[in-house]
Each structure stands twice: as structure tokens, then as C-alpha cells.
Design a binder for this molecule. Structure first.
Ligand code: MG
Length: 367
């Protein structure tokens, strides 16, 4: 009788009664964020710059007592900073959403708040994905339908340095099955020959737009192929689209776009200019768009690499859930830092090793 009455009452409820029963709106999802500075273990030098720290912002989204974690990593040459990310995140109001599962709506709205700010946007995207995974009690590789056993090896990056340092770093990297070498200065052949004096493992290379002449670039790609290099990332400036397409047509190694490819809309334009793309959460606003980019690139017959900045294990763990889908993973960002504040996806024997934990699989260590 009671149950029947309750059912009847429910069927004839007034608009006022329905409003009283609806989920309470306002203030249910709370975004917090704080600036943090990553310390690098070694001075990190690429074709265009050197540095020993990276500014990041750590985000948290709390909902009904559960917290999701996110991160924005902002190497200075990309234009974001503690100040810009803090200003952007101050504009994000999650209290107007009742349902954290509405990822498409929420993340679209955040993307529309202001142009640019891809890392700041990623920090919300990652925290929201982590929260949703925790609410579902499932890791994202399960939600997306990937096998955790099919993760790739990650490359370990050797920055541009003196012969002695390069030799020492190569020896230190014994655990890793693939080395990534930074090229693009006048020391390119020394870098490769020094590594080859220590090991014959596969090498991926990243020129960071350092070569300017396409014929010289093609000669260099042949030289690299003869020495066991397996691919070349961003050989020339992203603006030299015709030269890049010329090189890609002739290159004996896959040419991968990084600086020239930021977001989903760049993928169709990259077809023909590069053989593949390097996708990074901090360039493309996070996990949701990265997943779409991988699917689109694959449908166009392109290769896919998953990269990172120097990041804590928060950002790296988020990316690692996509790694079973890619040809090459370059997710060594947390291995290069000395003050990680998360425990998450590990690199074991060189392989990305996902945790069977909900969300992105991280635990906060301190702070
Ligand atoms: Mg790169």
C-alpha cells in the first residue's frame, strides 16, 4: 500500500515537488588549482632552448567527496605560464553543471571560454576524466576498451649535449628499449655516433624544426636510416609546409609532425605533409580530444605517436591510458623530474605499465 501510494504520488507530482526532488544544482563540482614548479634531474637542451625547471598547475575537481586530479605542464617556449593558467582557470565555473558525466558539454564550454590555453584546458579535462573514472570505479583503458597488456615501450630522451654526457646518459638509459635523440644543431652526427658507440637499440629522432634545407634534410634522413634510426620528428620549421611535404614524399623513414600539429582540426591538414602526428595532451586540451585525434589520424592512414612535456605522473598517467592505440610512445616526462607528486603509471623494463586503479590511476604523494 505504502509503495503504491508513493508511486501514485510520484506520478501526479506537481512541478514544485519535481523541483524539490531534482539533483541540487550549484556548487556540487568544485575546481581547485595551485601552481607548482617541476625540478628537472638534468639540464634539458633541445634545438631552440635549455632549462632546469618547468612550471605546472595542479588541479583537483571534487564531487560528492571524490576527487579527480589533473595537471597543466607549460614549457615556457609554448607561451603558457602560471599566470596565464591561473587567469584561465579562474574563469571556469563547474558549479553550473549537475552531472560530471556530461564530458562533451562541459569540456566544449571550457574550450569556448577563451582561445589558446591548451594546457590549462587539459588540466580540467584530465581531472574531470579522473573523477568520472573514479565514479565509475573503472580505469580509462577499460572505459575506452583497450588492453592494458598492449601498451608500448616508451622511448627515453637524450638531449643535445657534449660527447661525454651523451655517452653517460646512453649508459644510464640501459633499461629503455628505444632511445629518442634530440637533433637540429651542428652536432647531429656526433650525437648519433656517440650513442651508437654504446648501443645498437632503435633510435627515434626529434629535430624540433632545426633543419632548414630540404635536400640536406633528405640526405640526413638517409644517413640516419643507415644508423638504425627509425623515424624523424619535425625535421623542418612547421611553416615550410611545401618542403615538409617534399621530404615526406621521398623520405625512407616516417616523418612525424609535432610543432606543426596541435589539435583535432590540424589532422586532415597534416595528411600528405607528414606520415604521422605526435599527439600530446598539453597541446590538444586533454584526453578527450587526444582520443578523437588518434581515431581520425588512424582513419586517414597516418602513424600516431603519443608524446608529453616534462610532467608529473599525473599528466603521464592520463596519456598512458591512450598508449595501447599508438605506434610510438614518448612518455618519459615523469622520469626526467626529481620532485614527482603522484604515483601512477610506471615504466617497467621500458614498458608503459598501467595500474588497475579507477580513473587515470594516480595517488597523490604529498602536498
Ligand atoms: Mg617533438
Amino acid at each position: 500500500m505504502l509503495a503504491g501510494s508513493a508511486l501514485a504520488a510520484n506520478l501526479v507530482r506537481t512541478p514544485e515537488a519535481a523541483a524539490a526532488q531534482a539533483p541540487r544544482s550549484g556548487g556540487r563540482m568544485k575546481l581547485r588549482f595551485r601552481p607548482f614548479t617541476i625540478q628537472l634531474k638534468h639540464v634539458f637542451t633541445i634545438a631552440t632552448s635549455s632549462r632546469t625547471t618547468t612550471p605546472v598547475v595542479l588541479t583537483e575537481i571534487e564531487y560528492e567527496g571524490i576527487t579527480g586530479y589533473g595537471e597543466a605542464s607549460m614549457p615556457p617556449y609554448l607561451g603558457e605560464s602560471h599566470e596565464s593558467a591561473t587567469a584561465f582557470l579562474s574563469k571556469v565555473d563547474l558549479s553550473k553543471y549537475d552531472n560530471p558525466f556530461e564530458l562533451e558539454t562541459i569540456l566544449h564550454d571550457i574550450d569556448m571560454l577563451a582561445p589558446g590555453n591548451p594546457a590549462a584546458k587539459a588540466s580540467v579535462d584530465i581531472a574531470l576524466h579522473d573523477l568520472v573514472g573514479r565514479l565509475l570505479k573503472q580505469p580509462w583503458y577499460n572505459i575506452w576498451g583497450f588492453s592494458a597488456a598492449k601498451t608500448p615501450y616508451t622511448s627515453f630522451t637524450i638531449g643535445i649535449d657534449t660527447e661525454d654526457v651523451v655517452r653517460a646518459k646512453t649508459k644510464e638509459a640501459a633499461e629503455y628499449k628505444v632511445l629518442k635523440v634530440k637533433l637540429g644543431r651542428d652536432t647531429d652526427k656526433m650525437m648519433i655516433e656517440t650513442i651508437r658507440s654504446v648501443t645498437d637499440k632503435p633510435i627515434t629522432s626529434d629535430v624540433n624544426q632545426g633543419w632548414k634545407d630540404r635536400a640536406a634534410a633528405l640526405d640526413m634522413v638517409h644517413w640516419l636510416k643507415d644508423r638504425g634510426v627509425v623515424m624523424v620528428e619535425q625535421p623542418m620549421p612547421k611553416e615550410q609546409v611545401d618542403d615538409l611535404a617534399w621530404l615526406t614524399e621521398r623520405s625512407p623513414l616516417p616523418i612525424i609532425g609535432d610543432e606543426g600539429v596541435q589539435r583535432l582540426a590540424d589532422i586532415p591538414k597534416a595528411k600528405g605533409v607528414y606520415h604521422g602526428v605526435n599527439i600530446k595532451l598539453m597541446k590538444c586540451t586533454g584526453m578527450r580530444e587526444a582520443h578523437k585525434m588518434i581515431v581520425l589520424a588512424r582513419s586517414l592512414g597516418m602513424k600516431v605517436m603519443l608524446g608529453c612535456m616534462t610532467e608529473t605522473s599525473c599528466g603521464i598517467s592520463a596519456a598512458s591510458h591512450l598508449s595501447p592505440m599508438v605506434d610510438w610512445a614518448d612518455l618519459d616526462g615523469a622520469l626526467l623530474i626529481s620532485n614527482d607528486v603522484f604515483d601512477g603509471t610506471q615504466v617497467l623494463d621500458g614498458k608503459m605499465t598501467l595500474r588497475n586503479r579507477p580513473g587515470i590511476g594516480v595517488r597523490k604523494l604529498k602536498g
